[in-house]
Ligand binder design. Structure first.
Ligand SMILES: [Zn+2]
Length: 121
């Protein structure tokens, strides 16, 4: 393979952004002697040639940004937002929900659990 330059239709390894795996690709277009675009042989998605490199930036940012956003939101909200009353009857249930949601960090999960508990009643 290294003896001759790559041509259209040649098979090479590349990272497929759709499959999110390093897979066999066909050379779909060339820019001079360089591979410009490749077609995944598994999902047939044509994309820019990524030189077989998995993108690292997105994963790193994804892990960092939510923490920052959560920290910002938690800093800006000293009190939990008041839950809208779902029905005229469950007044004590809403108060109960506020008490339980306030001290914990994972408010969203607890809110959904509380909502399901209210629905079952
Ligand atoms: Zn693919």
């Amino acid at each position: 393979m290294a003896d001759r330059p790559l041509r259209l239709g040649d098979v090479l390894d590349d990272y497929c952004p759709r499959c999110r795996l390093l897979l066999n690709h066909d050379v779909a277009s060339l820019a001079g002697a360089e591979v410009a675009r490749t077609t995944c042989r598994t999902c047939f998605d044509t994309h820019d040639y990524r030189h077989g490199q998995k993108p690292q930036r997105r994963g790193g940012r994804r892990k960092e940004e939510p923490k920052d956003l959560v920290a910002q939101v938690l800093a800006g909200l000293p009190l939990p937002p008041p839950a809208p009353p779902p029905a005229p009857e469950p007044e004590p249930a809403v108060a109960d929900l506020r008490e339980r949601a306030a001290p914990t960090v994972h408010r969203r999960g607890n809110l959904w659990a509380e909502l399901e508990r209210i629905r079952k009643k």
